[in-house]
Write a protein that binds this ligand. Structure first.
Ligand SMILES: Nc1ncnc2c1ncn2[C@@H]1O[C@H](COP(=O)(O)OP(=O)(O)OP(=O)(O)O)[C@@H](O)[C@H]1O
Ligand code: SF4
Ligand SMILES: [Mg+2]
Length: 348
């Protein structure tokens, strides 16, 4: 899927420059593979990131870049065919990859919650919406059945004008937008510290998209929640993100604060994604970058962006893939994996 782009710069507010709060979640050198019958897919390689309270970190990148795999690995939600072969995930001092599934269940929802990419598929089809919420309150808040059911209706009524009717509905009776709102209710019901939102605005009509953005903003600004935001939509990045990590073929190739990424991207991939952004026009545009990412089951030793890169130099063909580093000319925290980074700013 090509990355979706909306009018960017007018949407960037001063809020994006807020200082970060305390460290909530850190991922270090995360590496994960999927094994199929005839191949091993190196879906995520050496991914490191940090998330602070009251901060939104956006992960962007083309389809198949490994964004959801990072999210699922953090919460121990990878399928049986996947394994984390290296790295560490630490939430408030606890090493999540070392927890038992029982221990992880107590973290999920209550401390780190997830808004899934496909909300309808993520809901339990055989349980009414109210029951799914009530289960959370019974498991984590030690509420009795009646109290939990009443709490579920109360929470849903904060989102829908007819919360009691939604509580009685099964997932198949909801539209995609309603299911996405229910996902938010489920993800925030236990007031987690961290929310991982995987494409929270995909396929939503403009009204529900706006509501979703306001809810995420509210979580960050009023409750100090740290949000790991996975998205294809740069309009959402511009509005919500404090920092951005750009993923390409399973790796982070550039990371910086959101203004720096939009104004002065250094990696040719980031530059290519952003160069056709309209500065003032509101029409949605699609960025079509020529070429395709490499097969993750047969990665070349050199830079994975090489076949698509207009900045390639001989070093790129000879040396192993570049590492993510702080460049001399870049601001603190602006890391780039490239031997020949862009020298010009994209916009003032
Ligand atoms: N269960 C699986 N078995 C084998 N390969 C998988 C599996 N799930 C994902 N992959 C592969 O791992 C890579 C990363 O997938 P992932 O879903 O993390 O990408 P993504 O960045 O979230 O993409 P999208 O934007 O389409 O959601 C892709 O090449 C994908 O095909
Ligand atoms: S290392 Fe070379 S091939 Fe890779 S992105 Fe940078 S310039 Fe392009
Ligand atoms: Mg995904």
């Amino acid at each position: 899927m090509p990355l979706r782009v909306r009018s960017i710069l007018p949407a960037m507010t001063e809020a994006t420059a807020q200082p970060a709060g305390s460290l909530l979640l850190s991922v270090a050198h995360l590496t994960a593979h999927y094994r199929t019958e005839d191949e091993t897919v190196a879906a995520v390689r050496d991914v490191s990131l940090e998330l602070h309270s009251g901060e939104v970190l956006a992960i962007v990148g083309e389809s198949g870049a490994g964004k959801s795999t990072v999210a699922h690995a953090i919460l121990g939600l990878l399928p049986g065919s996947a394994s984390v072969t290296d790295g560490e995930v630490v939430y408030r001092g606890r090493r999540l990859l070392e927890l038992t599934s029982e221990e992880l269940r107590t973290v999920r929802g209550a401390e780190i919650a997830m808004i899934f990419q496909d909300a309808l598929a993520a809901l339990t089809p055989t349980l009414r919406i109210g029951e799914q919420l009530a289960e959370l309150f019974q498991a984590h808040r030690q509420m009795g059945q009646r109290e939990a059911a009443a709490e579920a209706v109360r929470v849903l009524s904060g989102i829908f004008p007819d919360g009691d009717r939604i509580a009685d509905a099964f997932p198949f009776q909801l539209s995609g937008g309603m299911a996405q709102r229910v996902m938010v209710a489920l993800a925030t019901a236990l007031e987690p510290d961290v929310v991982i939102a995987d494409e929270p605005t995909a396929n939503l009509d403009p009204g529900v998209r706006m509501e979703m953005l306001q809810r995420l903003e509210g979580l960050r600004d009023e409750h100090g929640v740290g949000i790991l935001l996975i998205t294809h939509d740069f309009g959402v990045v511009a509005r919500l993100a404090d920092r951005v990590a750009v993923m390409y073929a399973g790796e982070i190739v550039e990371t910086a604060d959101v203004r720096t990424v939009f104004r002065s991207p250094k990696h040719p991939y980031t530059f290519g994604l952003l160069q056709s952004l309209p500065s003032i026009h509101s029409a949605e545009r699609l960025v079509m970058m020529p070429g395709n990412p490499p097969e993750l089951s047969a990665l070349p030793p050199e830079c994975p962006f090489l076949p698509r890169c207009r900045k390639a130099i001989s070093q790129c063909r000879i040396e192993p893939a570049p590492r993510l580093l702080q460049l001399e000319a870049t601001a603190a925290g602006h890391l780039v994996a490239c031997y020949n980074p862009m020298a010009i700013a994209l916009r003032d």
